[in-house]
Design a protein around this ligand. Structure first.
Ligand code: PLP
Length: 404
């Protein structure tokens, strides 16, 4: 058997649940990627909001190399220094007092959803089991997380799914007011809806959700898997909204490309996950801890976070200029470097065509549903890279417009 692999190998040996682009990236540095042919691309997709410091950041590489020569894995039968340091940093920087580590966003959410049920069970009894979540929300791909997620297509054919979950329209306080009751154990939401279309809810709505949760002794869970770790120009999005959740999940950017997820909560709530109630073989791995510490130390610097907001302004300036010329965007929205460009009526359903045209122009970006172009670049992308990427986006837009 030949050791040469190509994109065609994917179709031969991989389960067909993905349909990756035809290019085969082999190397990355900062916000640039090179494919097997040697072609260079500017990456505005950031590994889907993961590569918060770009590809192969020297400090992350050094942290990983150093730890890789000390200790790789222990399991949770023992603890380790890097992960405790990261937990301490997360607790110091947020409302949190306790952390549970997992390997992904979906697993962090799975832990959060189990915790809120268990906390209600311990404190109020088995009747208080309803989880309220939102249409179009995305929380991961495990059976529980697709069930709490608000996109029916992701749970179709996988039933029976866990019960006791209701879905409401997002950013609609009166809908929540009608549904929430003393039977509700938690309201679960993304403080900025990512996959569902990059929607930023009103701060007043978030405050209203918090008040309704308090009234009914329901916990408020913020899924900050996409919005967290500097993405919005704040360490976590809740910090600028003036609303503090009871449970927060974080992943993606937390490891800057190394798989790690975490659930953060208060000491009181954490008491419901006593020894033996939940676990993960790899969660809290020393390699993840070492890289997570390196990411945290850079991203949590106030000057770094300020830079995110300045870069957003630059993106906006260019995207609005592109729109003035081509009239393709109904709205440019999001916060910090989580950017969503909703397409106007004429181009509805065509986000994939824009994305493909982008690849032709050597700029990589994402979609958030069929109507929204999404950009989630590295937070340390340079001004020159933004300028160059926007030129390429402009050419891609021109191509799609010219054939429509
Ligand atoms: N929650 C949110 C808000 C996400 O955007 C994602 C992934 O896109 C997840 C959870 C799932 O994370 P993972 O794919 O790491 O399981």
């Amino acid at each position: 058997m030949s050791s040469e692999v190509t994109r065609a190998t994917f179709d031969e040996v991989m389960v067909p649940n993905y349909s990756p682009q035809q290019i085969m990236p082999v190397k990355g540095e900062g916000s640039r990627i090179w494919d097997k042919k040697g072609d260079e691309y500017i990456d505005l997709s950031g590994g889907i909001a993961v590569n918060v410091l770009g590809h192969c950041h020297p400090k992350l590489v050094a942290a990983l190399q150093e730890q890789s020569q000390k200790l790789w894995h222990l399991s949770n039968v023992y603890t380790n220094e890097p992960i405790l340091q990261l937990a301490q940093k997360l607790c110091d920087a947020t409302f949190g007092e306790k952390v549970f580590f997992a390997n992904s966003g979906g697993e962090a959410n799975e832990a959060a959803f189990k915790l809120v049920r268990r906390y209600a069970f311990d404190n109020y009894g088995p009747e208080k089991d309803e989880i309220i979540a939102f249409n179009n929300a995305f929380h991961g791909r495990t059976l529980f997380t697709v069930s709490v997620g608000g996109q029916a297509k992701y749970r179709e054919g996988f039933g029976p799914i866990p019960g006791g979950i209701s879905h409401l329209p997002f950013n609609d306080l009166s809908a929540l007011e009608k549904q929430i009751s003393d039977k509700t154990c938690a309201v679960v939401m993304e403080p900025i809806m990512g996959e569902g279309g990059v929607f930023v809810p009103d701060d007043a709505y978030l405050k209203g959700v918090r008040a309704l949760c308090d009234k009914h002794n329901a916990l408020l869970v913020f899924d900050e898997v996409q919005s967290g770790m500097g993405r919005t120009g704040h360490l976590y999005a809740y910090m600028s909204a003036g609303v503090t959740p009871d449970v927060l999940t974080t992943a993606k950017a937390l490891g800057g490309g190394f798989p790690v997820g975490a659930m953060i909560t208060t000491a009181k709530i954490a008491q419901s996950l006593v020894v033996g109630t939940h676990g993960s073989t790899y969660g809290g791995n020393p390699l993840a801890g070492a890289v997570g510490n390196a990411v945290f130390d850079i991203v949590s610097e106030p000057s770094f976070l300020k830079g995110v907001l300045e870069k957003r302004a630059l993106f906006e300036k260019h995207l609005h200029a592109i729109n003035d010329e081509f009239h393709v965007f109904k709205e440019v929205r999001g916060k910090g470097l989580l950017i969503g460009c909703e397409l106007v009526e004429k181009f509805q359903g065509k986000a994939r065509e824009f994305m493909k045209a982008g690849i032709q122009e050597k700029v990589l970006f994402l979609m958030a549903g069929a109507n929204v172009l999404r950009m989630a670049p590295a937070l340390n992308i340079t001004e020159d890279e933004i300028e160059s990427a926007m030129q390429r986006v402009k050419s891609a837009v021109a191509t799609v417009v010219s054939v429509s």
